[in-house]
Design a protein around this ligand. Structure first.
Ligand code: NAP
Length: 324
């Protein structure tokens, strides 16, 4: 993800400069590369991932995230490790370290919102830094910032939508005659599947997104186990094609609704009539309908996003963090 972000930062260099924003990459870390830092900035190899010295993982002397952030003299951390729905780690530790070291923390990883939202928000406020996460739901589409900046005082009663691209690509592929495995391979090739694709197929990724929206936008601390969850693993190709032929295609539908006692939420395959716009959202596209006290149905649709859409959400958070 962050390689795409570097490409985008370069593409938008002129626009960023017009806002008085200059940047350089002073640290890179992955499991395979180790902790790499150069406070002067890395020039080459960032977009291909070939910046480390062959045969040597990491910059000597750097053993953990704090040492790495300090050596890089980081002002901003872009956290894009793989999702761990159960714990939100190691992303939470990375973000906590960044904020404590005086850097803004921007993440595409939903885990920290579900498992440490309050703690990270109050840490960010205490340190005068930003904790931003626009890319976690519907890629870079401005959902969190729209509610935060453009819909003051609004009350969100609930929402429904299609929020997981991998399962939508699989269902669309099966409708077109591909097998489950062929459709999954397509999602992996496009780059939308989670590192462990069972997290998409079993509905975990969608459930974490639902939890993130409920926690941030509805102010209710829902736990993952409170979200009714069923994946698409039990849907056979014939059933998927028959449902489409009868005009009620299967979609993995995410729902949340405010109740007197909190919020009820679910992720499960549902047959959707063709009169419902959700029935027409195919492939990597996604959609969400928000029900608010002012707008009864405020819909956001995202057609065919690429990886740069997610990277854009991080870039937009970067601009917000360093200019607001
Ligand atoms: N792809 C999308 O369309 C999309 C959209 C929205 C949000 N997201 C979120 O963005 C994040 C990244 O997605 P991705 O598709 O870029 O995933 P990815 O291709 O699997 O990349 C994950 C990166 O994190 C590194 N990593 C994983 N665990 C680590 C650890 N413990 N310490 C240090 N580095 C670690 C991996 O390093 P190694 O390769 O060296 O193991 C890899 O570079 C995920 O949380 C995902 O949910 C993705």
């Amino acid at each position: 993800m962050n390689r795409t972000l570097v490409r985008l930062l370069r593409d938008k260099e002129q626009e960023l400069r017009a806002r008085d924003i200059a940047w350089r990459v002073t640290g890179v870390a992955t499991r395979r590369l180790g902790w790499l830092a150069d406070s002067e900035g890395f020039d080459t190899g960032l977009e291909t991932g070939s910046i480390s010295t062959p045969g040597r993982a990491g910059t000597p002397g750097l053993h953990n995230v704090r040492e790495w952030l300090q050596a890089a003299r980081a002002d901003v951390l872009f956290e894009a490790t793989s999702l761990n729905p159960q714990s939100g780690q190691p992303a939470i530790d990375h973000i906590r370290a960044a904020l404590e070291c005086g850097a803004h923390a921007i993440t595409a990883n939903k885990g920290p919102i579900v498992h440490a939202y309050d703690e990270l928000c109050s840490l960010a406020a205490t340190r005068g830094r930003r904790f931003l996460f626009e890319s976690t739901v519907m890629d870079g589409v401005p959902i969190f910032s729209m509610f935060r900046d453009s819909l003051p005082t609004i009350h969100l009663q609930g929402f429904r939508g299609i929020l997981n691209s991998t399962t939508n690509v699989i269902l669309t592929g099966m409708e077109e005659g591909l097998s489950f495995q062929e459709s999954l391979a397509k999602a992996q090739q496009i780059g939308v599947a989670e590192t462990d694709a069972s997290q998409d197929i079993d509905g975990w990724d969608a459930a974490v997104k639902v939890a993130a929206l409920v926690i941030v936008l509805m102010g209710v601390h829902i736990q993952l186990h409170e979200i009714e969850r069923e994946g698409i693993g039990n849907l056979a190709g014939e059933a998927v094609r028959a449902a489409r032929a009868e005009g009620k295609p299967y979609k993995l539908i995410c729902r949340a609704q405010r109740t007197e006692r909190g919020v009820t939420a679910s992720v499960r395959p549902e047959q959707v009539p063709l009169s419902d716009p959700l029935a027409w959202v195919a492939g990597t596209s996604s959609i969400v309908y928000f029900e608010t006290d002012i707008f009864p149905a405020l819909a956001i649709t995202e057609h065919d996003p690429g990886l740069e859409a997610t990277a854009y959400g991080m870039l937009a958070d970067f601009v917000r963090a360093v200019t607001l």
